[in-house]
Design a protein around this ligand. Sequence first.
Ligand code: HEM
Length: 522
Amino acid sequence: MAAQKQQELKSFSREEVAKHNKPGDLWIIIDAKVYNLSKFAELHPGGESVLYDEEVAGQEATETFFGLHLHEVLLRPSYSRLVIGTIKGEESVIVPDELGAPSKVPYAEPMWLSQNFHSPYYNDSHRRLQREMRAYVDETVYEVAQRCEANGKRPDVELIKDMGKRGINAMRMGPGKHLHGRTLMAGVKGEEFDYFHELVITQELVRMGARGFGDGLQGGMVIGLPPVMNFGSQKLKDEVIEPVLAGEKFICLAISEAFAGSDVMGLRTFAKKSEDGSHYIVNGTKKWITNGTFADYFTTAVKTDEGFAVLLIRRDFGGVETKQIKTSYSTTAGTAYVTFDNVKVPSEYVIGEDGMGIQIVLSNFNHERWVMCCSTIRSSRAICEVLMKWTSQRKAFGKPLNSQAVVRGKLAGIISEAEAAQNWLESVTYQMCKMSYKQQSLFLAGQVALLKSWSTRVSNDIADVSVNLAGGRGLTQSGMGKMIEMFARTSKFDAVLGGSEEILADLGIRQALRLMPENAKL
Ligand code: HEM
């Protein structure tokens, strides 16, 4: 299509273009295309005068342009309209990747997706799913993500419903019976769906670098629905699962409070059982509840006379209020402060049994943490791709940044970390595919805890290096460094949510110490 349009355009010699070099009559050349900026100049966000520079007006401006703008600027319809012709005998070389295709930038993709590399973990169905998911995210999700990140509004319900129809919401809940009988994207059968398919879905969704939006897009479902699926009564399952997977209802997980986070035993929200046992009266507060501002259901950890329970609280029970919390990422995530004031919860809304709360909460953590590893590791790699491009196209002291050994050294450090993290993740994922849910809790809780703790150290390193290499752009929410700015501002979410870095490191070692054979001596 693009090539066809190029053929229909007029072609000019460089000498002809050079004559148009003044206010009111201004042309420039970018990547063998001629842009008429005569009218646009006074609207140019970077100012008019820079365009009249004698090295820009009527001249070849490709290198200058790509040192200052993202490629996506030229692809916006309002700017691509400025193209009036091409340069005789020359062809454009800077073309966006084909929709859904892997990036050709070295280390931009995990090894299994890189040309000429192999992996024992992924089969044809993983590869098909990856291609289709990437195309869907690039074509459909990306624009909505950018808009919602900027205006802070919740992700479009229509998009979530569309994801529901395609089975994406269901796939995000991982392998299991809820997928059986479904034919998913790329013709993947629900029965064959495994943790590598889930890894693919999760990693493709975070590649676009919209951290708050990513959580807004049913982050609450990923952690709030499993207790219902795994421990809920048939009545609760029938009421909740399908509407949530279809994007008609929204759910969140309400555990942390201003009083307690990782130390769940310190929670204060209390559910008092009525004398006749028919209901509970819940009082208390919850804080940092992802999707809480728009959730219909709250999977809520409470203290009871029996110890600890998890209740499914419906907003329409009355007495539930949610207030937006402004965190360092976009309010599109719907992060809430929740208050429960004398909320009357019928006893059939207890998930599992009263007294089982800790077991339910803990059994949820492994999968949640693994999902967070998938996300943080893939977003870290996306930043490596940005830096590979930035350090190639940005010139300082007359040379690309990557001509400096110190810059190459920094790239080596962060790329090695991203590669190591993905490889450890894939190895853990393989174990998950081979183990039952119970075995995973027994043998993998420590591994997953260490992996998450280390992955967020890696993302911290990558955020740090990326801002230093991007300079002021890494501190700016628009333009070339916008992904870096977003990553540096938001990568800490993964280090704190789902168990903080230090707590998880400690958990990993405590789990290992439990398994130390008594007869193991030096
Ligand atoms: C088709 C031609 C051009 C278009 C459509 C265009 C568009 C834009 C846009 C949308 C921005 C806002 C920042 C962003 O989104 O990246 C911008 C900023 C800027 N532009 Fe252009 N531009 C063009 C050509 C040029 C050229 C040839 C120069 C050469 C000097 C230039 C210099 C700048 C500068 C200095 C900024 C500010 C960058 C910053 O804040 O970091 N632009 N331009």
